[in-house]
Design a protein around this ligand. Structure first.
Ligand SMILES: Nc1ncnc2c1ncn2[C@@H]1O[C@H](COP(=O)(O)OP(=O)(O)O)[C@@H](O)[C@H]1O
Ligand SMILES: [Mg+2]
Length: 324
């Protein structure tokens, strides 16, 4: 673990009914303080002193932004709320899809509203606590980023052979599942083969993660296309619900942090890779950082115009998707 990768120490705030348990690069997790049973939550009318059942977790999205596995300064104002709103919207879209395959961890009802402290309202999700798999379930529908680099060298992406003649930004013949091992804080996630995921989580779970990831990706792509948006790639995280043993979709889903989104019209009509991949995600941050930092030591401060552009693009994606 390296010091510079740690989020600022000030991230943990006092939330009535909750205690801080973990801070990732972008999100802060809280567990119930003095957990209560599910029954007495509903009968308690004083929201300020209510405690959630012990199997709940509060996932709070901050305005922190990370790129190349580093948390950058300053944050993107409003980002935490935008990402939480988008995640919840996606969970909602996916819940009724027959081939969705797995349930999700979000609890979005009246009880949730009353258990989320005012201080983090809008950027917190009340969830079932899962035993997370140490696997980032990446699905790619298009060729770009690190995949494009590898393709140019070996005509593969994460070891998966692809047809010759593809260009940066091209659609793949079909979406591919390219899992990564979720490295502990401060280390880089590592691409792994499907066989390696079998070794890590067992054959049944490995297949379930792959199938659910591809299925959710396909469903989400169709929904995004209706909004004139291309879902180029994304990352899911799953866990096991310890009460039921059921594999459950966790984390954030299909946000601009966990996905690459492009404008479909620009992709269709653009003539250069830059024009084709007009993005609604943090590519703006990645591009600026790649051009202004050699990836050693502490990353430089993001300039105000990069912060503003990123915030505007995150807002635009949410508006496009949710108003389609
Ligand atoms: N329902 C859940 N139960 C337990 N852990 C979860 C759940 N959903 C997400 N997580 C974990 O919460 C963390 C979210 O914080 P994040 O900022 O993304 O951290 P990281 O830098 O570890 O990716 C992740 O480690 C993710 O695996
Ligand atoms: Mg994460």
């Amino acid at each position: 673990m390296t010091i510079e990768n740690q989020p600022p120490a000030s991230v943990a705030v006092d939330l009535p009914g909750w205690r801080h348990s973990y801070s990732g690069k972008v999100r802060d997790l809280y567990l119930p303080d003095a957990p209560s049973t599910a029954d007495n939550v509903v009968s308690d009318t004083d929201a300020a002193v209510q405690s959630a059942p012990s199997n709940r977790i509060l996932v709070v999205a901050s305005d922190r932004v990370s790129a190349f596995d580093h948390v950058l300064e300053p944050g993107i104002p409003g980002k935490g709320e935008l990402l939480t709103t988008l995640s919840l919207w996606w969970f909602d879209q996916l819940v009724d899809v027959p081939n969705h395959l797995v349930p999700d961890h979000a609890i979005a009802n009246g009880t949730a509203a009353s258990l989320i402290p005012e201080a983090v309202a809008g950027r917190a999700m009340l969830c079932k606590t899962l035993d997370m798999f140490p696997i980032e379930c990446v699905v790619r529908g298009y060729l770009t980023g690190s995949g494009w680099k590898e393709y140019q060298a070996s005509q593969t992406v994460c070891g998966i052979p692809l047809p010759a003649g593809l260009q940066n930004g091209d659609r793949l013949p079909e979406p591919i599942y390219t899992p990564a091992w979720k490295a502990p804080m401060g280390e880089h996630d590592e691409n792994i083969s499907f066989e390696r995921t079998v070794e890590l989580v067992g054959a049944d779970a490995a297949a379930a993660l792959r199938d659910a990831s591809l299925s959710i990706f396909n469903t989400a792509s169709t929904i995004a296309e209706k909004a004139g948006v291309i879902l180029a790639d994304t990352k899911f995280e799953f866990g096991v619900d310890p009460e039921t043993g059921v594999i459950t979709l966790g984390d954030e889903v299909l946000t601009s942090d966990s996905s690459r989104y492009w404008d479909a019209a620009a992709w269709q009509n653009g003539t250069t890779p830059t024009e084709r991949m007009a993005s609604f995600d943090k590519q703006i941050v990645r591009d600026w950082l790649a051009a202004n930092w050699d990836q050693t030591g502490t990353p430089p401060l993001l300039p105000a115009h990069i912060v503003e552009q990123t915030a505007a693009r995150y807002r635009e994606l949410l508006e496009r998707l949710t108003s389609a």
